[in-house]
Structure formats: structure tokens, C-alpha cells
Design a protein around this ligand. Structure first.
Ligand SMILES: Cc1ncc(C[n+]2csc(CCOP(=O)(O)OP(=O)(O)O)c2C)c(N)n1
Ligand code: SF4
Ligand SMILES: [Mg+2]
Length: 293
């Protein structure tokens, strides 16, 4: 991915974050809204593009890093989180985003999700949930709702769908939110909070696949959903967050859960200090000696 090597002296605007590549998404795809939301959130936070890395797996949604003028990597299917983790652990100074689809993150990549969350690696994971495998032309995914007619469920899907936000809370993610690709104002507000959060933040964004799930997918959700507001909802109450997120309707939007606890890097720095003290006690000869039979 190209970087902006110019010295940034003036205020950054949205176009500073765009790569100039024209998205190849179908007209009407919800992922345009997510790209717009991420661009606006980064602009509002004024994080220079060369201080951001966006890592994805494989899928229509995973094309997103290519459309941004940040560092980025369109990796292997289901492997956005381990690669994003490696980037963050190698350079704690940069803002790391992992992005991708429901198939990428909740199917093939599902094993990586709990570990990134429990380790509290300081990054933001944006899941573009269209409840379908878009890139491979319309197979059902782990978030496909019961009754949905897809290429692989001609008589209606019958498997119980997974609930990504509820899983994220159960996995000990320290920030969990839901949002809509079509509601730019709320999406930007939530992405800003997620990026600013110190620790692993997860945002499930409902983003329609117009081609394989039809133009009505999530269309009435702007009127249907309710937004949690901090005046009457306490996002630090984990049990309440699990209760609220557990509803299969998944119509509670906003910040479901938030806690502050040390990140992986915070722990690592502490251990590093201890190890540096030990280094004074043990020489390389002591170490070599300890391996002799
Ligand atoms: C190891 C591997 N298995 C399967 C595939 C085929 N494949 C590519 S994308 C994809 C699913 C995409 O669905 P999702 O992650 O929801 O992204 P979307 O296209 O819906 O945005 C699959 C099964 C692959 N590329 N690599
Ligand atoms: S197939 Fe679906 S997810 Fe993929 S670009 Fe088209 S509308 Fe978007
Ligand atoms: Mg998908």
C-alpha cells in the first residue's frame, strides 16, 4: 500500500485517506458506507495516513484496505486478526484496524477472534456483516438468519446463526459495538470511539449485499433498531451487555460494552523490565552452560 510521505502541516481532509483506486463493489453494496465511515472517523481523529495500518482477509469486504491511502494488507482468508496482531506488536505507535466479512471472521477465521480479544491487543476489528459469502457468489454464512434463501439454502437456512457482538463480549473484548453501514452519523461516532479505545475494540456493522441478499437487506433497520445511550445504559455492566446483545433480533445498536484494562503491550513492557533486570544477573555464558548435558 502506498503511504503519504509528505510532511503534514495542514488539517487532513477525507481525500488524504483515499488511495484513488475505484472500488469494484457492486453499486449499492453496503461496504461503500463502511469505507466512508472509516475515512470520516480517521479524518475526524486527524490520524495521519502513514500512522495507520488496515489489515483484511479475503472477501468483497476485505478489499477495503486497497481503497485507503494508509498502510494495508489484503491477506489470506480468515487471517486478518493474527496479521493485524503482529503489526501492532511490532509497532505499538501505529493505529491498527482489522477489517473483513462475516465468513472471514466468524467462519474460517473464528479461532483467531477469541485470542485477539482476550489478549486485549490495542486494535479495532470492523466486521462487515452481510450474512452471506459475497465474493464466492452467495453461499450462506455463519450469520445467515434462519429462513434466508441463499445459493446453498434454497429451502431456507435452518442453522442457528452466530451472534458476533455477543461472542466478542463473551471472549472478553474490552469494547464491543454494533452499527449500520447506512447510518453514517452513528457509524462514524462509533468508529471514532472504537479507534480511540485503548484495547481490543470490535464493531459489528450490518452492511448489505445487494447482489446476493437483495436490495431490501437491512433497509428498514434505520427505523427498526434502537440506539443505546449512556444516560440510561451502563456499558461497563458485562452481564447486562451479554443480556442485551443475546437477543437474536440484534437490533440494539451502539456501544454495548466497554472496559479499561491493561493491553497486551502494557503487560509486555512490565515483563520486559523484569527481564532486563535478570539480564544483569545472567550472562550469555550462564545461558550456554545451562544447555550443556
Ligand atoms: C482458504 C480459503 N478458503 C476459501 C476461500 C474462498 N473464499 C473467498 S472469500 C470467501 C467468503 C467471503 O465471505 P465474507 O468473508 O463474508 O466476505 P464478503 O465477500 O461477504 O464481504 C470464501 C469462502 C479462500 N479464498 N481461501
Ligand atoms: S457481491 Fe455483495 S458484498 Fe460483494 S460487492 Fe457485490 S453487493 Fe457487495
Ligand atoms: Mg459476508
Amino acid at each position: 500500500m502506498s503511504t503519504n510521505n509528505t510532511i503534514l502541516t495542514s488539517e487532513l481532509v477525507a481525500k488524504d485517506y483515499k488511495s484513488g483506486l475505484k472500488p469494484v463493489w457492486c453499486p449499492g453494496c453496503g461496504d461503500f458506507g463502511v469505507l466512508n465511515g472509516i475515512t470520516k472517523a480517521l479524518t475526524s481523529l486527524q490520524i495521519p495516513p502513514h500512522d495507520v495500518a488496515v489489515i483484511s482477509g479475503i472477501g468483497c469486504s476485505s478489499r477495503l484496505p486497497g481503497y485507503l491511502n494508509t498502510y494495508g494488507f489484503n491477506a489470506v482468508h480468515g487471517r486478518a486478526l493474527p496479521i493485524a496482531s503482529g503489526v501492532k506488536l511490532a509497532n505499538d505507535e501505529i493505529t491498527v484496524l482489522a477489517v473483513g466479512g462475516d465468513g472471514d471472521g466468524i467462519s474460517i477465521g473464528a479461532g483467531h477472534f477469541p485470542h485477539a480479544a482476550r489478549r486485549n491487543i490495542d486494535m479495532t476489528y470492523v466486521l462487515m456483516d452481510n450474512r452471506i459469502y459475497g465474493l464466492t457468489k452467495g453461499q450462506s454464512s455463519p450469520t445467515t438468519e434462519v429462513g434466508a434463501n441463499t445459493k446453498t439454502t434454497s429451502y431456507g437456512a435452518f442453522e442457528t446463526p452466530m451472534n458476533p457482538a455477543m461472542l466478542a463480549i463473551a471472549y472478553n473484548a474490552s469494547f464491543v459495538a454494533r452499527s449500520l453501514a447506512t447510518d453514517t452519523k452513528n457509524l462514524v461516532r462509533i468508529l471514532e470511539a472504537a479507534i480511540e479505545h485503548r484495547g481490543f475494540s470490535f464493531v459489528q456493522v450490518f452492511s448489505r449485499c445487494i447482489t446476493f441478499r437483495g436490495e431490501d437487506q437491512f433497509m428498514d433497520w434505520r427505523e427498526k433498531v434502537s440506539w443505546l445511550c449512556e444516560e440510561d445504559y451502563d456499558p461497563t455492566d458485562r452481564l447486562e451487555a451479554l443480556r442485551i446483545s443475546e437477543d437474536p433480533a440484534m437490533d440494539k445498536m451502539g456501544i454495548l460494552y466497554r472496559e479499561l484494562r491493561p493491553t497486551w503491550t502494557d503487560h509486555y513492557q512490565e515483563i520486559r523490565k523484569l527481564a532486563m533486570k535478570d539480564k544483569v544477573k545472567y550472562t550469555i555464558d550462564d545461558l550456554t552452560e545451562s544447555f550443556r548435558p
